[in-house]
Design a protein around this ligand. Sequence first.
Ligand code: NAD
Length: 385
Amino acid sequence: MENFVFHNPVKVIFGKGQIKAVGREIPKGSRVLFAYGGGSIKKNGVHAQVVEALASAGLEFREFAGIEPNPRFETLMKAVELARAEKLDYVLAVGGGSVVDGCKLVAAAIDFAGDPWDIVCRKAAPTNAMPLGVVLTLPATGSEMNLFSVISRDETGEKLGWGHPSVMPRFSVLDPETTYSLPARQVGNGVVDAFVHVLEQYLTYPAEAPLQDRLAESVLSTLVEIGAKAMATPPDYQARANLMWCATMALNGLIGQGVPQDWATHMIGHELTALTGIDHARTLAAVWPGVVAVKRPEKRAKLLQYAARVWGLSDGDEDARIDAAVAKTRDFFESVGVPAGLGGYNLGADIPEAIARRLSERGGLPLGERGDIDADQVRRILQAA
Ligand SMILES: NC(=O)c1ccc[n+]([C@@H]2O[C@H](COP(=O)([O-])OP(=O)(O)OC[C@H]3O[C@@H](n4cnc5c(N)ncnc54)[C@H](O)[C@@H]3O)[C@@H](O)[C@H]2O)c1
């Protein structure tokens, strides 16, 4: 196991009826920017619950609507303008990963003197981020309990990830009932996103970290166990609750401490979203089969462990076990409605070259747990996918 420092100060407030805690968690006298997405929270009653919580605590607030999926820098800067004009000093993000990620940048930018894009490009760190609170409505990204944020910019066609401890939420309310209004497509995306977050931190090489391995395997096995139930209609509270907690545990830092991490699927997936608009989770299910095909020799020991412990495949020829584990993973993605591999997307033959070039030009290579995925391997991964 490698050395690590683990500090996760996010207060998680989990369960039915917990949105009212928002009024208690935000300090009295705060002036709140209440930010959300396209308005699903008005239809499912979450907006009314948040307004009630803020108003009954006597908190001043202004609303900012319209943070889109794959949040756009251009939109977020409008939220920053509103916050500056109205002297708002607490950001409340209500929505999925896009709203939470977007609000992390808003919180960092309100009192930032330079160009906030420098924060996203990692050329500058936030100096005085406003406190951030979260009401999560889509279990998937783990953004509610981590320091990461992924921002897209129209002007440059980029989608970039950044992170800073000062934008970790002060609290996150996770009420599984907020997910009842999700379309099936988004529930399936959430299952796959959480699953691949774990694979990025687990499917690398052995690091003599059996606890981290078993924590990762338990999240994977739980997702397999509850995947179909989480998709059911009418919604099953316990399945949604377990999905929500799995997604948070998949990327709150715990399972990745002291172990090598991959993230190649994500980095290539972000480029695919930037170029084609395919949903984040769908890019992961599309790219992962390519990563595992090309990096199979390097990942062999962990692939065998994954096959045995997550899929119960421990007998017979080793290569056949790995093939079966990959096939079961693909079937699992498809079982929650997310296509595995790139075959179904009808993309141009130029995509592998375009993605390899974009990553290379930005200095984003090499990738992978061994830092050995270069432009040629990116092309091969996408062709294999
Ligand atoms: N910060 C991180 O650690 C991290 C990790 C992975 C991905 N991401 C990023 O997060 C973004 C994806 O976030 P996401 O998967 O949570 O989806 P999302 O926030 O983009 O939401 C997807 C859609 O679902 C809708 N929606 C959200 N909650 C709803 C509800 N309860 N009922 C009905 N509709 C609802 C949204 O309005 C949106 O149209 C991507 O930009 C991705 O790159 C961030």
